[in-house]
Design a protein around this ligand. Sequence first.
Ligand SMILES: C[S@@+](CC[C@H](N)C(=O)[O-])C[C@H]1O[C@@H](n2cnc3c(N)ncnc32)[C@H](O)[C@@H]1O
Length: 272
Amino acid sequence: MIKRFKSEVMAGRVPQTLWLYSDVGHTKEAKEEVNAVIPNVPEVFQTTKPERLLKRILEIATRPNDLVLDSFAGSGTTGAVAHKMGRRWIMVELGEHCHTHIIPRLKRVIDGEDPGGITKAVNWRGGGGFRYYRLAPSLLERDKWGNWVINKDYNAAMLAEALCKLEGFTYAPSDSVYWQHGHSTERDFIYVTTAALNHEQLQQLSDEVGPDRSLLVLCPAFRGRGEYPNLTVKKIPKQVLNRCEWGHDDYSLRVENLPQKPPEPGQQELSL
Ligand SMILES: C[S@@+](CC[C@H](N)C(=O)[O-])C[C@H]1O[C@@H](n2cnc3c(N)ncnc32)[C@H](O)[C@@H]1O
């Protein structure tokens, strides 16, 4: 029996260390920690982890300034601990407790108003910041025949802004020129429309753009005739799908111009 256990250990199939609750805490302690920061712990946090446990894990797996991802943020313990330990963090959460718990919790950590958890152990006094983004609805959806179409939740302005981001253009709709929704350089523009374009419309666009400028046209369908040397015309569902990645191990984001916030004077650049 012992022999078998040893071989299982050698093969890495059984735990080789034991983390006692005296070292890394327990669920009751975790609930008390969350409750101390934000009262009325909801049912969803039944499995919340103590800050001491996350501290040990982050000590083993990360160094200061590393990026810690918790894509199921829950009560926000991972982010709170990462923040107190000088790590950067990304948390993702779909539940409303993102607003009722995670954001208030992290604000208190930043304001130095969370004396619990690992605060004393790491001598945390507050600082840093974070940015919060709400994910837009999916740009594409399937119609009743299973074809990809533009999601009806998107109005024309949202669609233009989303496609500018995907294509690496700065969204800057012109008040006077209907086909200028954004630009990548002074002479390179993007036009997004939900209308199907025919040859006359494309020719008119090409004439207006002229020889010294270029235009990327994104539309659901087009029927062109001949060449439009200053236009690149692409179909929207297809072009969006080309930007999506399915079934990969590596989901590196191909969105080209993620927003960058300049650091505020005197602010520690801990935010993402
Ligand atoms: C068990 S909790 C996570 C606990 C947390 N990681 C911690 O360290 O204490 C799981 C959370 O994942 C969230 N969740 C489930 N599916 C999700 C999804 N697809 N995207 C984002 N969050 C999700 C749930 O709302 C819930 O808050």
